[in-house]
Design a protein around this ligand. Structure first.
Ligand code: SF4
Length: 331
């Protein structure tokens, strides 16, 4: 029997220059497909059965499309029907969050003179919901508790902490922090003895042997780091998915879009975060989407891949491909 293949509404096909992907935004899965499959999935009015679509195609193409469509079916990306079914649109029109800033990074090293005590109230004033604190040195558990103390009543919805391993701090201590600080969802411990991840409900404790003493480890992106997530997908369509509504304070106390960027909008002891945000150039990168970035705009992963404007292939071109991506969609 002739049959139509239909993707579920939350499974969205994205075409690149050499291949496509189907992004399942509910199960967070990404399935690569050939351009021939993209042609079939995107064919509308008339909707074609696989048999109709196969007319005039080479046997190789027909086999490839049948195999891949069958795989999409087996993996529950879609279903067959006996009649054409108008695709229902999955809503990707996110109502924009009213906050001026939604996420922030605060970096601290052993010489930093800024503290969370002065920054947390300013971030709350801007409506910030998610905070990442990166501590590029080792400190005792008591000192860590004291440093993070301003987060206890902060009300952030999501908090992530990176800290260097201290030989006397054990798993239990980090779990105490999780109980003390509402919203603390992840602690990454660098320079650990082994690479291990512990999950406790919605809390992640990750140990990595990597030594992380500055912001330069950031910006790694590419096909291995992609995630089909509704929020990332929505943001990627309209905004820069790394810098939109983000503010950062680097380890020297300079206010920036991202700690790895050169441009600063003032120093925290003399400039309020609100004033830095109102600088005429602060929002310059916010509207650079993946569809505008060289190479990425031809990549099938562009809506599920985190951008990076700090480390670019060509630092003179703000639309240049992220430097730390090793994937070449043109190949
Ligand atoms: S080419 Fe661009 S969109 Fe594609 S994986 Fe690399 S950084 Fe991501």
């Amino acid at each position: 029997m002739d049959r139509y293949f239909n993707l579920f509404s939350y499974c969205i096909p994205v075409r690149g220059c050499n291949r496509g992907v189907v992004c399942d935004l509910i199960r967070n899965m990404i399935q690569p497909v050939s351009l021939s499959v993209m042609d079939y999935l995107s064919a509308t009015e008339p909707y074609l059965t696989l048999e109709e679509w196969s007319k005039g195609r080479t046997p190789l193409e027909i086999r490839e499309v049948n195999e891949q469509i069958n795989h999409l079916f087996q993996s529950e990306f879609g279903y067959f029907s006996n009649h054409p079914i108008l695709p229902r649109q999955f809503s990707l029109d996110a109502s924009d969050d009213e906050s001026q800033i939604t996420n922030a990074i605060v970096d601290l090293d052993v010489f930093s003179t800024h503290t969370l005590i002065e920054l947390v109230p300013q971030l709350k004033e801007l409506g910030c919901k998610a905070l990442e604190v990166r501590i590029f040195y080792s400190l005792s558990f008591e000192s860590l508790q004291e440093l993070l103390h301003p987060l206890i009543d902060s009300g952030f919805e999501y908090i992530e902490v990176l800290v260097e391993h201290h030989p006397e701090t054990k798993n239990d201590a980090y779990e105490i922090l999780q109980h003390q600080i509402p919203g603390l969802r992840k602690i990454t411990v660098s320079r650990a003895n082994e690479n291990t991840i512990y999950h406790r409900d919605s809390f992640i404790l990750m140990y990595t042997t990597e030594l992380i003493r500055n912001e330069a480890k950031c910006g790694v992106t590419g096909e291995l780091y992609c995630v089909a997530n509704v929020q990332l997908y929505q943001e990627s369509l309209k905004h820069n998915n790394c810098l939109y509504k983000k503010i950062s304070v680097d380890k020297y106390g300079y206010i920036k879009n991202c700690p790895s960027m050169n441009q600063s909008f003032g120093e925290v002891h003399s400039t309020r975060l609100m004033d830095a945000l109102n600088h005429s150039k602060f929002r310059d990168y916010w509207h650079i989407t993946k569809d505008q970035i060289n190479v990425c705009k031809q990549c099938e992963l562009r809506y599920v891949c985190q951008d990076c404007r700090a480390y670019r292939m060509d630092m003179d071109d703000i639309y240049s491909k992220p430097m730390k991506c090793r994937y070449n969609p043109l190949k």
